[in-house]
Ligand binder design. Structure first.
Ligand code: AR6
Length: 205
């Protein structure tokens, strides 16, 4: 990883932030901002299915045949196919309808349930996109606050996951998430330090 931001949350847990393409991450799992059909789509969903190949859709079809469409806020796992990540955790964020239709709770559930599922799979790290902030229209700054709050809480409860990574597609989204992290730290009176790590560390992204 050449350029990333890191917050040490204590007790061996870290939250990291990087600008990039989630399909190229080497975390044990990457999270997909899917829709309830799990049949693929545009945005990050389309990118993950393209990069991971048909094995992902095959598993998604079996999941839907077994349990029906995935409700917003829930999460399921499939193979990562050809991705570097072994698993894809598919979750469904809320469609933004003005903020008074339970959107914040559903978005928090999407992050929390995805992290819990990765933890139950015994994984050590997981990468998240900015769920619901594209086609589903969730205002990015509000979405980032919910993402960080829910991920920090779920990390504290996790037995196996040590790192939650936010992978933001563009610089503006990265800045929104970094600002949100500082706001959450302030709100919680937490003494988190946000480190900016640059240069080649020899590690992969
Ligand atoms: N890596 C990281 N982030 C990405 C990538 C990528 N390769 N591609 C896009 N993003 P969206 P949603 C960012 O629309 O709002 C799909 O059609 C993007 O810039 O992918 O939850 C599904 O099938 C944005 O910040 O997801 C659903 O129908 C963020 O990912 C619907 O869109 C989320 O944008 C879900 O909408």
């Amino acid at each position: 990883m050449h350029d990333f931001h890191k917050i040490d949350l204590g007790e061996g847990s870290t939250m990291t932030f990087v600008q990039g393409d989630i399909t190229r991450q080497t975390t044990d799992a990457i999270v997909n901002a899917a829709n309830s059909t799990l049949m693929g789509g545009g945005g990050v969903d389309g990118a993950i299915h393209r990069a991971g190949g048909p094995a992902i859709l095959e598993e998604c079809k079996k999941i839907v045949a077994g349990q029906g469409h995935l409700p917003p806020g829930e999460a399921v796992s499939s193979t990562g196919g050809r991705l570097l990540a072994a698993f894809v955790i598919h979750t469904v964020g809320p469609i933004w309808r003005g903020g008074l239709h339970g959107e914040s709770g559903l978005l928090a559930n999407a992050y929390r349930n995805s992290l819990r599922l990765a933890d139950r799979l015994g994984l050590h790290n997981v990468a998240f996109p900015a769920i619901s902030t594209g086609a589903y229209g969730y205002p990015p700054a509000e979405a980032a606050l919910i993402a960080i709050e829910s991920v920090v809480d779920a990390l504290r409860e996790a037995r196996n996951i040590r790192e939650a990574r936010f992978v933001l597609f563009d610089r503006a989204s990265l800045d929104v998430f970094l600002q949100a992290a500082l706001a959450v730290a302030h709100r919680r009176k937490a003494t988190w330090r946000l480190d900016h790590i640059t240069g080649s560390t020899g590690a992969n992204q």
